[in-house]
Design a protein around this ligand. Sequence first.
Ligand code: NAD
Length: 354
Amino acid sequence: MRHNLAIIGFGGMGSFHYKKLLKGQEIVCTGVWDIREERREYAESFGLHAYESLEDLLADESIEIVLIATPNDCHHPIALQALAAGKHVICEKPVTLNTQLLTEMLEAAEQAGKLLTVHQNRRWDRGYRIVHQVMAEGKLGEIYRIESRVHGAHGIPGDWRQDPKQGGGMVYDWGIHLLDQAVMLFPEAKIRSVYATLNHVTNEQTDDGFFVDLLFDNGIHYIVEVGTSHFITLPRWMVMGRDGTMLLDNWGLEGKIVCAHGEDDKDVVPVVTAAGLTKTMAPRREDTIQTLDIPDIWPDIGEYYRNITAVLEGRESPIVTPPQMLRVMRLIQAVFASARTGECIPFEIEIGNE
Ligand code: NAD
């Protein structure tokens, strides 16, 4: 069944939804509202209807769903207005800036009896799915540490992302994706503590990178790191288990899985350097390890809008749920609290009080 959608904020991501993500879907974009005339004209160049105002769009009864793809601070007020007008709402990430605003949005959706969800599209990232599958297959044995990184070298973009009032900064921009992936990899585990630092390499007002160490109650340390001044990048993913390690490098996800194989080599040949020798850090003998292929996984992002269609038709429940949205938003707040205080923040389990 066809469902009409209008896009509010037809910038980089709003237009990507129209050009790529909605292609072949039963949800059809018919119009847009953007505060900038040039973006409205751009939308018209595709044959889309450009509304004269947000109110004009919301008054159109043919529109069932709105996608909000404006800067982050506008998601909350626009979502409340759209829900009050009887529209289902999909927000770009981050859904909003804190749990108080999110709670207001969720309550408004509940009252209106409408869907409110967020576009957590990085759940369809290949690397994330590969990590999920390799862990599920137990190839690496018991996992003790995961490192998830995104490194660039362009600095923070020069638009609203540099403005804290507009919800700029890399914690909101990339943190929301990578922390969502972290909690989705361990949906049953509680987080014991959050320690974070923010970077201000390129400017003082907005974080242009950050480091987070999540400690799960299963003992796993999960590192999330984003940097925008990394001229040499570290791997996108490192997953460490007692029996093996997986590395996935960069966006192409070239990588390898190396696992223990056969008997450990007790008679290690030491590495000798001018300053000393080490047996502990000597490489393992080739016959005591094996290298496995990275699974060939190609996730289909089309599932996101197919799920929304099925939700509207009462056939499925949403993939991205309100409790998940709230949990990640609380985590974002804990990241800011830890960075502000320099402390490790107890999260879902009080430290020393179990
Ligand atoms: P952008 O600056 O390219 O586009 C934002 C658009 O919103 C602009 O055209 C601007 O004129 C318009 N706008 C601003 N205020 C408005 C208002 N009050 N009403 C209507 N239009 C308004 O930014 P972007 O990169 O497209 O980011 C937009 C949103 O999409 C952000 O929330 C961002 O976090 C998100 N995003 C998500 C992903 C993803 O992978 N999920 C990727 C990029 C951006």
